[in-house]
Design a protein around this ligand. Structure first.
Ligand SMILES: Cc1cc2nc3c(=O)[nH]c(=O)nc-3n(C[C@H](O)[C@H](O)[C@H](O)COP(=O)(O)OP(=O)(O)OC[C@H]3O[C@@H](n4cnc5c(N)ncnc54)[C@H](O)[C@@H]3O)c2cc1C
Length: 462
């Protein structure tokens, strides 16, 4: 039965078909990409303008209605699950590329524009947007709200490094512009940087002004084989001297899952671990020199094969296999994806601990990730376990893994965010004073606690 909320929301939105009432909301809009936790909402709304978002938020504020933002819903942490009802605002129809400004090397976009569409659009102008998380069907709004990283962060940094300005709608419905098109900004507190990575808990992002670079003229890559994961990981730090744009590591067992999932074949086989290297440069010579340096470093580190990828098509195939791995693991077993990050010189220590825990617990783990950033995706696989045993094993093993990470100076999440999936571990492993300060900041931005309640640094609700 429709409550009074639906007619009120319909009055604020120009088309009725952009307002969906509780019983008609598809489950995917109440969850994340994994779909394990399903929330509840009284209405799902697809705004198309800042004015609509502002009107909706003003109404929500006046009536104390919780609001959960989503852009493409690809997160893996439950951060788009509406835990306390209210409105889900889906930004997928606010997806315009508003401007490419070649004079300031910036683009202005709405939050729902898909990453892949945005990357292609700027590349058509000879420009380049480096942040490149594995999920290209994610949207820029979600990338900003999670401070997404991805493959090329080793050379270019993460989403935060490419956000020059934001237009936001605050919890009281007012619209605020933070930052702008300038390269530098030394004015007051950086509120823009508080919003980036805040997982929809501080404000709604309605526009982003993003920094662009000239598109690299040349790019080429290589796959390097090693007889063990430890050997491959040990080679990563020396290889950083060849200034790669990306260094990804993949174990053979996860490559096999990726091949089965995509039907594509990886260029090398039969070795325990591979590093995939990518180089960007201004000339063929520059790339050649980097590849030669990388080959000599890899050989010194005990590489078993160094395969230069000449064809674009082969390279795309490798990235397709790399990009699908979370889904490839999920296709064979329910899994818990971790995206821990440790200082770059501690990855092999972390992997050794993970292997020991795998042997001790019998819980199968596959790992891959952004070796050049110390950012490891570790998937813990349920396989045949009952729900009860799975939950217990997972708790024990994850608690031990997170303790080890924190002991190494690492963090619970390198790029996916906290959401609800990592919340207990994040709260347990973070100084209470830090969490208290974050909650005070939240109270200033959102005194009624309407925006994405119960996520990340907030009190656990599930
Ligand atoms: C297969 C796979 C591979 C991945 N690989 C990587 C990787 O390599 N590197 C990496 O960094 N990440 C990776 N991710 C995570 C990915 O970066 C996030 O899923 C993505 O950035 C979220 O974007 P989205 O548009 O889907 O956001 P959503 O999932 O819709 O939302 C994510 C968060 O942002 C908030 N939000 C969304 N829109 C707004 C808005 N307009 N205003 C305020 N808050 C908002 C939501 O409330 C939520 O908290 C991967 C995910 C998958 C599924």
């Amino acid at each position: 039965m429709e409550t009074g909320l639906i007619p009120a929301v319909r009055r604020l939105i120009s088309d009725d078909d952009r307002v969906i009432s509780a019983t008609m909301i598809e489950k995917k809009y109440l969850s994340d990409a994994l779909g394990r936790v399903i929330g509840r909402a009284e209405a799902l709304v697809f705004p198309v303008s800042t004015a609509e978002v502002s009107a909706l938020m003003t109404y929500a504020c006046r009536h104390s209605i919780p609001v959960t933002a989503r852009s493409a819903g690809t997160n893996l942490t439950g951060s788009t699950v509406p835990l306390t009802g209210g409105l889900v605002l889906d930004f997928s129809r606010m997806n315009r590329l508003l401007e490419i400004d070649t004079e300031t090397f910036t683009a202005t976009v709405e939050p729902g524009i898909l990453l892949a569409d945005f990357q292609h659009a700027v590349e058509a102008h000879g420009l380049f947007y480096p942040p490149d998380p594995g999920e290209k069907a994610s949207a820029i709004g979600g990338n900003i709200a999670t401070n997404a990283g991805g493959m090329r962060a080793v050379k270019y940094g993460v989403t935060r490094d490419y956000v020059r300005g934001l237009e936001i709608v605050k919890a009281d419905g007012s619209v605020l512009n933070l930052g702008g098109k300038t390269v530098k900004d030394a004015c007051g507190l950086s509120l823009k940087n508080l919003i980036i990575g805040s997982e929809g808990t501080l404000a709604l992002i309605t526009k982003g002004i993003l920094k662009l670079l000239p598109l690299p003229r040349e790019s080429k890559g290589a796959v390097v084989a090693f007889s063990s994961l430890e050997a491959g990981i040990t080679a990563v730090n020396p290889l950083l001297m060849s200034a790669p744009a990306a260094i990804e590591f993949l174990e053979q067992k996860v490559v096999a899952l990726g091949e089965a999932y995509t039907g594509l074949s990886f260029p090398l086989s039969g070795w325990a671990t591979y590093l995939v290297l990518m180089y960007h440069g201004e000339s063929k010579n520059e790339i050649q020199e980097r590849l030669q340096l990388a080959e000599s470093i890899a050989n010194d580190a005990g590489a078993k094969d160094f395969f230069v990828i000449d064809e674009v098509e082969s390279f795309n195939r490798i990235w397709q296999i790399r990009g699908c791995l979370v889904k490839a693991v999920e296709a064979v077993s329910e899994q818990e994806p971790m995206d821990i990050v440790v200082p770059i010189n501690r990855i092999s220590d972390f992997i050794a601990i993970a292997h020991q825990l795998e042997a001790d617990s019998g819980l199968r783990m596959v790992s891959f990730g952004h070796a050049g950033n110390g950012n490891v995706h570790l998937c813990l696989m349920r396989e045949g376990r009952s729900a009860e045993v799975w939950e217990q094993d997972l708790k024990t093993v994850m608690a031990a893994l997170y303790r080890a990470i924190i002991g190494m100076g690492g963090l619970v999440s390198g790029e996916h965010g906290i959401g609800i999936a990592k919340q207990p571990y994040y709260l347990e492993n973070t100084a209470p004073e830090t969490i208290a300060l974050m909650r005070q900041i939240k109270a200033v931005f959102d005194p009624q606690n309407l925006l994405n309640p119960g996520k990340s640094y907030q009190k656990i609700l599930v």
